[in-house]
Design a protein around this ligand. Structure first.
Ligand SMILES: C[S@@+](CC[C@H](N)C(=O)[O-])C[C@H]1O[C@@H](n2cnc3c(N)ncnc32)[C@H](O)[C@@H]1O
Length: 215
């Protein structure tokens, strides 16, 4: 992974308005699943998705994980600036290759329980996994039946491809990701971003996987 990711990501988030527009996308997303109590944001960056999900679901708690501690500090200050109770947020170090293995900060290693989250968000991170198919399966296994996986993935248009290449990011084709989620028992929707989400629409596309309820 490119070592300067933190600086250029923070710059894009703040000065290009990515943060505000990701927040807006999360807020406006049509979700059938309204009873969200536990959210996991994996490869969370400074928490644009996870923190906004806490705003949207006032009873929820968030576990935000990333491979870099610097980003986790960003999540804590982002949620504090936005006036969210700090006992609703916890953070931990984790590699997307094994998303269930988390070193909680300030301390303690944990293995996340299967089917324990209502909603998992990921954005532009699955492509950093050493085994993307296993990562997707592991993420889905952490979701309760009826829960959701929201992936705000890099898109396959010119700017998305260029940006992925620039940051050495190489995600599976979207059709392959969606097919795997379907094989794992989810109904999957592709959510293209309209111009109103500019500039996020230039590089990202949404994939929403709803895990089937037990019959
Ligand atoms: C492009 S940023 C995306 C952040 C956020 N999810 C978003 O949608 O804006 C990629 C994030 O993935 C994290 N990351 C990179 N490699 C990772 C890995 N192997 N495991 C977990 N996180 C990783 C980076 O530290 C960074 O926070």
């Amino acid at each position: 992974m490119n070592f300067n990711l933190y600086n250029s990501y923070s710059w894009a988030m703040n000065f290009l308005g990515f943060d505000r527009q990701i927040n807006r996308f999360v807020d406006e997303l049509s979700l059938e699943h309204q009873d969200v109590q536990r959210v996991l944001d994996v490869g969370c960056g400074t928490g644009a998705m996870g923190v906004q999900l806490l705003v949207r679901f006032p009873d929820a708690t968030l576990l935000a994980t990333d491979i870099q501690e610097r980003f986790l500090q960003g999540v804590l200050s982002n949620s504090e600036t936005r006036g969210l109770r700090q006992d609703r947020v916890s953070v931990g170090l984790s590699d997307i290759t094994k998303p269930a293995e988390v070193e909680l900060l300030p301390g303690g290693v944990t293995s996340l329980e299967m089917e324990s989250f209502d909603l998992i968000s990921v954005g532009a991170v699955i492509g950093y996994s050493e085994d993307q198919r296993e990562t997707i399966k592991a993420l889905l296994s952490l979701i309760k039946p009826g829960g959701l996986l929201l992936n705000l993935e890099m898109n396959e248009h010119m700017v998305g491809r260029w940006t992925s290449h620039r940051y050495e990011y190489d995600a599976l084709p979207l059709t392959e990701m969606a097919a795997l989620m379907a094989e794992e028992g989810c109904s999957v929707s592709r959510l293209p971003l309209s111009m109103k989400y500019f500039p996020v629409n230039m590089t990202r596309v949404g994939l929403l996987a709803a895990k089937k309820r037990l019959s």
